[in-house]
Design a protein around this ligand. Sequence first.
Ligand SMILES: [Zn+2]
Length: 382
Amino acid sequence: MDPHTTFCPNPDCPARGRTGAGNIRVHSRKERRYRCQVCGQTFTETKGTVAYRLRTALDVVSLVVALLSHGCPVAAIVFAFGLDERTVLKWFKRAGKHCQQVHEHLVEQPRDLGQVQADEIRSKLQGAVVWLAMALQVSTRLWLGGVVGRDRDLGLIKRLMQKVRACALCRPLLFCTDGLRAYVRAIRAVFREPVPTGQGGRPRLRPWEGVCLAQVVKQYAGRRVVGIVRRIAQGAEAQVQALLGGQRINTAYIERLNATFRARLANLVRRSRALARQASTLQAAMYLMGTVYNFCTEHQSLRLPGLVNGHKWIPRTPALAAGLADHCWTVRGVAAVSGAPATLDTAQTSRTAFSGNKTTRRSMVYLTTFRCGATLPQKIME
Ligand SMILES: [Zn+2]
C-alpha cells in the first residue's frame, strides 16, 4: 500500500484528488483501507477501480478481464476459475463501463489527427441486426471510439463523427471511408463552430476549414471485388494528397482493426452462436476491446528501430505513439486506473469550458485526475 500515490476520493473534501500532499495515511493494512487526514474519511484501496466492492482480488478480476478482452469464451473461464457465469458477465460489463470512462478521459482529448479512417461492422443480436461504426487515427493507429446503432444511417454516422470531433483539433483533417453517403452530411453537420457575435440568440455556425472526405467504393460481382473507385467527396485534391502522405486513398487500416475486433469478440464473429442479447453488452465489449487495444497491445507497425537492452526494436502501443502513455499498460493497470474528483480550480474551469449537457459536465468534474503510472504493475502473470 502506498499512500503517496493515492488521493482522497471524497467529492466534498477540500483536498480531493490530490496526490503526494501528505494528507493520506494507511488506515488498516488488514482491510487495505486508507484515511484522509483532512476530511477524516476512510476509503478502500480499490475505490474507483474495476474491483471496487467485489469479494475477489483485483489480480483475479483483471486476469478474467484480460481473457475476455481477447475473446476467451465465458464458458471456458467459468470452467477454469470455478466462477459463476453471471459473475463473469457482470465483470465483463463493469470492465466495459470502466474502459469507457478511461477512453473518454484519456483518448477524447483534442489533437491534430491528420488522416482518420472510419467504417461500419454489421453484427447480430438475438433477433436483431446492429451496426458498429468505428474510427481510427492512421498515423498512431489509435482507436478513436465507436458507436452502436440499429440502423446504418445518418444518425449513427453523426454520433460517430461527434466521437471523432471530441478527439480533433481544428486542423486539416482527412476522412477515408466507404461509399456511404451519410458521411458527407454528417461531417458537414458536426464539424462546425459557432461564430461569436456578442449578441443574444443562436449564433451562425461556420464549418471547419480543411476537413476533407475521400471515399473508396468497391464494386462487387457476387462476392468478389471486381473494381475500386476512389473519389474525393469534399476538399481540394492537393490537400487530400498532402494529408495522405504518398498513400493512395484507402480504408485498409480500419478494415484491419475491424478484423481484430471480429477475432476477439465472439459477438461479432460472422455466423456465431454467441449472440449478444442487448446493444449495451456489445457497447461494453467494444470499449473493453478498444481500450485494451489502445493501451495494452503492442502494434508491429508502430515499433521503432533502436538497440535497447539487447532488443532490436522498441515496441509501442497506439497510446504510446499518440503520447497518451509512457509505457505499455497491463490489463491490470487499466482495471486499476481510478478516476479522482477534480481539485477546486479544475472543477471550475471545466464547468465554464464544458457547458454541455449534465452528464458530460458531471463526468468531466469527477474524472479529471487519474491515478496511474508509478503504481501500475508491470506484468499481470508475474
Ligand atoms: Zn479527504
